[in-house]
Design a protein around this ligand. Structure first.
Ligand code: ATP
Ligand code: MG
Length: 459
């Protein structure tokens, strides 16, 4: 990643280096069209493959698309060339919160303001089934109005990644912020582990150093396991109480998000402006979820895909070169320009004519089950509809049980012709139409370092 482009697709001027992580370099950028400042996260395809973090990057992009919140760094768009992936992000002028605290503990009201914004953002992510798993000061950025923005969703997990026990199992995050249950490698609850890390952040903001630290890692883990920390003298009782509840080593008794929000210290002295913002977010979410009363924690009706997924999934804009072979004998996809309702009725109609039982498993997810025993049991297929825009969907067809040959035969000989009316293009087929659906632009070959050549898609 030595030579950064000075211009990206004629649309962004690329400036100075803002920061660097394990896998990415982040540069300042400016939109040529609107003059707006952005941050451009550049990820080398080589590194992605070398370190096997394809899924991690994909997840980061998908997750950022789901969680749009005033305290979460916004993902504007995704671009890809043969050698790199570019995430165009909201620019956080204030940099890392870490740098502020590195100069010493914060004023109490300032610390509580950031904590309030952190909890709001993390709670929102949880309501969308997303757990961050790497909450630490280095991943909390500040915008030019000194508002906190949660960044770096590279390690985040989505609810679907849970094991059969409903708990997450991959150990991740940064040592000093890890919860006892992650360290002990028991399955853990993503919500409760994020709450623990938020507790560590609150402590650092108020005190200026880490609650659990030791140069010997084993010793540090021992302290974390016992939640062995000390609040310095002069610490307010309310703050202490909340910290002990958040840094409870037993995740089952650890405080919940709603309890944190009810706690007296949390409610006290909130700026009116923030309360107003909280209300706006709540209302916006309700609107998005289609109205209703009270808190709505239901996931959106259909899973919405981001530009990157579309690029990766849809053969018309095939980026298989980036992530290797995306084709599998047991699954295929097609894009459709029909509304979801029409796709669903077609699936129902076709299932009936093919003597398959169809069952709704979840919003947008249907199971098609054969009527007779096959070579490897009864054939069953999942058809999942992902929404890109109101009238652009990607449907994933995946074998979940039965013989692969039987599945392939059914797809090729029966499903494909029967679904012809609603399919725009099947994976692997050349696109039928020159024109792309609204909101998606697709471009041709790569021509680094500048030019209008990268594949671009708005999210
Ligand atoms: P990690 O090593 O933590 O996995 P990473 O490679 O995923 O990191 P990020 O944490 O996303 O990369 O970004 C690296 C650094 O770049 C950040 O710590 C921050 O200093 C800077 N940075 C990232 N995003 C932005 C942004 N939107 N605005 C300003 N600076 C940013
Ligand atoms: Mg980071």
């Amino acid at each position: 990643m030595e030579n950064k482009p000075s211009v990206l697709t004629d649309r962004y001027e690329v400036g100075r280096l803002l920061g660097q992580g394990h896998f990415a370099k982040v540069y300042y950028g400016r939109s040529v069209l609107s003059n707006e400042s952005v941050a451009i996260k550049m990820i080398d395809k080589d590194k992605v493959i070398k370190y096997g973090i394809t899924d991690q990057i994909k997840r980061e992009i998908s997750v950022m698309r789901i969680v749009k919140h005033p305290n979460v760094v916004e993902l504007h768009e995704v671009m890809a060339t043969k050698s790199r992936i570019y995430l165009v992000l909201e620019y956080c002028k204030g940099g890392e919160l870490f740098n502020k605290v590195a100069r010493g503990k914060l004023r109490e009201d300032v610390a509580w303001k950031y904590f309030y914004q952190l909890i709001n953002a993390v709670d929102f992510c949880h309501s969308r089934g997303v757990y961050h798993r790497d909450i630490k000061l280095e991943n909390l950025l500040l915008d030019d109005n000194d508002n906190l923005k949660v960044a770096d969703f590279g390690l985040s997990a989505v609810a679907e990644c849970k094991g059969p026990d409903g708990l997450l199992h991959t150990g991740c995050g940064t040592h000093a912020y890890l919860s006892p249950e992650i360290i002990s490698r028991k399955g853990y609850d993503g919500v409760k582990s994020d709450i623990w890390s938020c507790g560590v952040v609150l402590f650092v903001l108020l005190v200026g150093y880490l609650p659990f630290y030791d140069s010997n890692r084993t010793e540090m883990y021992r302290k974390i396991g016992k939640a062995q920390f000390k609040c310095p003298r002069g610490f307010s009782l309310e703050a202490k109480r909340l910290l002990y509840k958040m840094l409870d080593p037993n995740h089952a008794t650890r405080i919940t998000m709603s309890r944190i929000k009810e706690s007296s210290r949390y409610r006290k002295g909130l700026h009116l402006k923030q309360k107003k913002m909280e209300k706006q977010v709540r209302e916006a979410n309700l609107l998005e979820a289609g109205g209703g009363s009270g808190e709505n924690h239901d996931p959106p009706q259909l899973v919405t895909l981001n530009a990157f997924d579309i690029i990766a999934l849809s053969s018309g804009f095939d980026l298989a070169g980036i992530f290797g072979d995306v084709y599998s004998k047991q699954e295929t996809r097609f894009t459709s320009l029909k509304p979801a309702s029409e796709i669903i009725s077609k699936l129902e109609e076709v299932s009936k004519s093919l003597k398959l039982k169809i069952r709704k498993e979840d919003a947008g997810l249907f199971k098609l089950v054969g009527s007779k025993e096959g070579r490897k049991g009864i054939l069953s297929i999942n058809a999942e509809i992902f929404q890109v825009t109101q009238t652009f969907h990607v449907v994933e067809v995946k074998k979940c049980n039965g013989d692969t040959m039987e599945y392939q035969k059914l797809v090729e000989e029966d499903l494909r012709p029967a679904l012809a009316d609603i399919v725009w293009v099947w994976q692997g087929e050349k696109e039928k139409h020159e024109e792309l659906p609204r909101g998606l632009e697709n471009e041709q070959e790569e021509q680094e370092p500048s030019s209008s050549s990268a594949i671009v898609a708005g999210t």
